[in-house]
Design a protein around this ligand. Structure first.
Ligand code: GLA
Length: 383
């Protein structure tokens, strides 16, 4: 990828620049909990985005997207926002840096490419945002702290891409560390690295290769449901409640008749899921992967039946894992397509993958993609 970027940079802008990279992510457990002030448990992976960048001495940005075979040019002004979605990520990061730090940005030329599959729930967009946020901060010596870099990526999604996402993806993409998962408390923003080397098990993603067109509006509606329930609980005599994180099951019961059945279901899922992350942390302390796996299946159930962000393809992959005796399996990320994440015993691995590929293809007419998980570093400059 490096060579390709180098060659394209040469072609489009001449000469060479500095290479930065950032990662996609997995999440062991804790889905749709981040924007509810709960816990998540992600890690960066060995697939991500890479960019070659060089300041160009002007106040304009020229970017070439190698995988899209498309270019864009813009200045730092809202009226100059590019139309292509991929370019809006880069533009958004620039504008959010300016919003956060003042007009310190300078024009630059860049070529980027990636190997994190788009729309597979592995956060290709966060990897792109983090690459540029990290790179510009580094090149211009802006002194922006890492958590703020993640926030810049998140606000890019909110303000330029129409997705009211939480902080998990950008956090993992910036803070990822080889060999470790990270438990993040999305209310206090405290986090802890957990070395993750499950002896005798492997993590593998099965990509359904399904993309849901309306995923962003469906995602925003889920978030709205959570906020509706928080408002109802507050009004029912718990004014201190800020997030679903603060809502005990009993308090949710109190508002059963005051919220829609759908919003109630969504909140039920989130409250259970926040607890599941904590249970998984306890289980990991004891190397108890059977419990980790059970919780993953429970998450899938919840995401499929209560939060309703699964789809037939992902449910199929999940059932197949269960039939095969896989330790844990669930839909990963926002849902509406993308991957399942599977915790599989070494001895079962080959058999499971072969069966999943065969039976999925027989049922849906195309094979799922298989990505063994390698937990890797997050955003950085490549020497
Ligand atoms: C997407 C969002 C994240 C998070 C997950 C679900 O990846 O970007 O903030 O909400 O969905 O856990």
């Amino acid at each position: 990828m490096k060579d390709r970027i180098h060659k394209l940079f040469q072609e489009h802008f001449g000469g060479t620049g500095t290479i930065y990279t950032s990662a996609g992510r997995i999440n062991l457990i804790g889905e749709h909990t981040d924007y509810n002030g709960g816990f998540v448990f992600p890690g960066a992976i060995d697939k991500g985005m890479m960019a070659m960048i060089r300041l160009n001495g002007t106040d304009r940005v020229r970017v070439w997207a190698a995988d899209m075979n498309d270019g864009a040019e813009f200045g730092f002004d809202e009226s100059d926002a590019p139309a292509a979605q991929w370019a809006r990520y880069v533009f958004g990061v620039c504008m959010e840096i300016i919003r956060s730090r003042g007009p310190l940005l300078r024009g630059f030329d860049a070529v980027f490419a990636g190997d994190v599959p788009l729309g597979a729930g592995m956060s290709s967009s966060a990897a792109l945002e983090s690459t540029f946020a990290y790179a510009l901060n580094d090149m211009l010596g802006l002194g922006i702290e890492s958590m703020e870099l993640a926030r810049i990526g998140q606000r890019t999604e909110h303000n330029y891409c129409g997705v009211k996402c939480g902080i998990m993806d950008q956090f993992a993409s910036i803070f990822g560390r080889s060999g470790s998962l990270i438990r993040l408390d999305c209310r206090s923003m405290e986090f802890r690295y957990y070395p993750f080397h499950p002896e005798g098990y492997r993590l593998v993603l099965l990509d359904s290769a399904v993309k849901h067109e309306l995923a962003s509006s469906a995602y925003n509606r889920r978030r709205q449901s959570c906020e509706n329930v928080v408002a109802a609980v507050k009004a029912a005599g718990h004014p201190w409640v800020e997030f679903l994180r603060d809502v005990r099951p009993q308090m949710l019961e109190e508002v059963r008749d005051k919220v829609s059945a759908e919003d109630f279901m969504r909140a039920e899922y989130v409250i259970d899921e926040i607890q599941r992350v904590l249970d998984v942390c306890d289980a990991l302390e004891k190397d108890d992967y059977e419990t980790v796996g059970e919780k993953m299946y429970a998450t899938h159930e919840g995401m499929s039946r209560l939060y309703e962000v699964s789809c037939p393809e992902l449910d199929f992959l999940n059932s197949l894992a269960r039939e095969c005796g896989v330790t844990g399996s669930r839909v990963m990320g926002g849902g509406f397509g993308g991957c399942t994440i599977n915790l599989v015993k070494d001895g079962l691995y080959d058999e499971f993958i072969a069966k999943a590929v065969r039976e999925y293809a027989a049922r849906f007419g195309h094979e799922p993609k298989v990505y063994p998980v390698v937990i890797s570093d997050g955003a950085r400059k490549l020497e």
